[in-house]
Design a protein around this ligand. Structure first.
Ligand code: ADP
Ligand code: MG
Length: 378
């Protein structure tokens, strides 16, 4: 049993040393920032988008021309929430005792907010009340304008950006686009995991953000690169991982970042000096066990037919022809029309993932743990 600080992060970002690769992506984001290009960053959940943003911001610290702000709008349900989260993000990045922070605090005070401080993190929390819709819009414009008028360039990353599509206010996209167009020194990274929603927003000629950014699609980390990182990271902690154990991890997690990190994290906990196949298999089993309650919950929320399709997908691994005789016949999952309808519903619930490729594309169970669990249990 290992009591040392676990070097395999399954949350957040710590340092370049504990972060695997993404050098090209960091350089691309840097090039965009230097050339005034906004970026749309897309990948399935848990691939490493948020990690990449933090890695990039860490890299950017060496360049005095830039300052960075990160806001995760996943919890936002309205424009007011969005403004609140953005203000708090700015305050976090530029505390009151910095020049920018001082200026920002003065602006914020003009909004007569209730300011409280989180009892654990000590971070400021704002509660702003607005008299009118117009006041809200002005506040948003004011915040962006404030960022834009500093003596450095700003990179503002908005994580889970697709969330704005669900705000009750109808004109948010147009409003934001208009305000953003007025800025001179602020580069945006719009980040999201709903590929359909993000590409619709940025590639449909009918939408305000049409063709306003360049895409960066985050893919799996290359197998050899990840393998090298895992060996090195264990080695730095005086642990040797055996080749077949390493192979097993990368196959079992299908190379997806979060799952690979998770298995390595658990294996690190269980290991003394050596990570062998036995420890890795034990780690995988433990992870499935600890996620089981959530899997039972999914089953409860799905129809039996949906559950059957999910099991069939897990057993196949990847399915490119969902209505083929091969798939339908093998698993008795109904008519082609049934399967099409069910797959659509499961995609919507983010239980299935569709990956498009040159030759068409394929479906798979979104959550790798769920996929491995279904494979094993049914
Ligand atoms: N390049 C990387 N090297 C090591 N760990 C990573 C890397 N990218 C992401 N992670 C870890 O993987 C997990 C999922 O990544 P995250 O950035 O949250 O994914 P996303 O934002 O795409 O959902 C996090 O725990 C993060 O610490
Ligand atoms: Mg994320």
């Amino acid at each position: 049993m290992n009591n040392k600080q676990n070097p395999f992060l399954i949350k957040g970002y710590k340092s370049a040393e504990l972060f695997c690769d993404r050098e090209e992506e960091v350089q691309k984001l840097y090039k965009h920032a230097q050339n005034g290009i906004d970026t749309t960053l897309i990948s399935p959940r848990r691939m490493g988008k948020t990690g990449l943003i933090f890695r990039f911001f860490d890299f950017l610290k060496a360049d005095n021309n830039f300052k960075s702000v990160y806001v995760d709008i996943y919890p936002a349900r309205s424009l007011a929430d969005f403004i609140k989260l953005l203000s708090e993000a700015i305050l976090r990045q530029f505390p009151e005792n910095t020049t920018i922070g001082q200026r920002f605090f003065n602006i914020i005070k003009g909004l007569r907010p209730l300011i409280s401080y989180d009892s654990i993190s000590g971070e400021p929390q704002l509660q702003i009340t607005y008299q009118t819709e117009g006041e809200k819009q002005q506040t948003l414009q004011g915040l962006l304008h404030f960022l834009d008028s500093q003596d450095t360039e700003i990179v503002l990353a908005i994580d889970e950006f697709q969330q704005i599509a669900s705000f009750p206010e109808k004109n948010i996209e147009a409003l934001l686009r208009t305000y953003i167009q007025q800025l001179k020194n602020t580069r945006f990274i719009f980040c999201g995991s709903r590929k359909d929603m993000m590409t619709e927003m940025f590639s449909s000629a009918k939408r305000p953000f049409f063709a306003s950014t360049q895409y960066l699609s985050l893919d799996k980390i290359g197998r050899n690169i990840y393998a090298g990182f895992i060996i090195k990271t264990f080695k730095n902690n005086n642990i040797t991982i055996e080749p077949e154990a390493l192979d097993f991890i990368l196959n079992w997690t299908k190379g997806y970042t979060f799952y690979t990190q998770s298995v390595c994290n658990t294996a690190f906990l269980l290991a003394d000096e050596i990570v062998d196949l036995d420890i890795v298999k034990k780690s995988c089993a433990e992870l499935l066990k600890s996620n089981e309650a959530a899997f039972f919950q999914y089953r409860k929320l799905l129809t039996p037919a949906q559950w059957e399709v999910l099991i069939a997908m897990a057993k196949e691994g990847e399915v490119s022809q969902i209505t083929s005789k091969n798939f339908i016949g093998k698993y008795h999952v109904g008519t082609p029309a049934d399967v099409r309808r069910i797959v659509k519903a499961l995609l919507n619930k983010e239980l299935l993932l569709e990956t498009l490729t040159k030759s068409g594309g394929y479906y798979q169970v979104y959550d790798v743990f769920l996929s491995r669990w279904l494979e094993k249990e049914y």
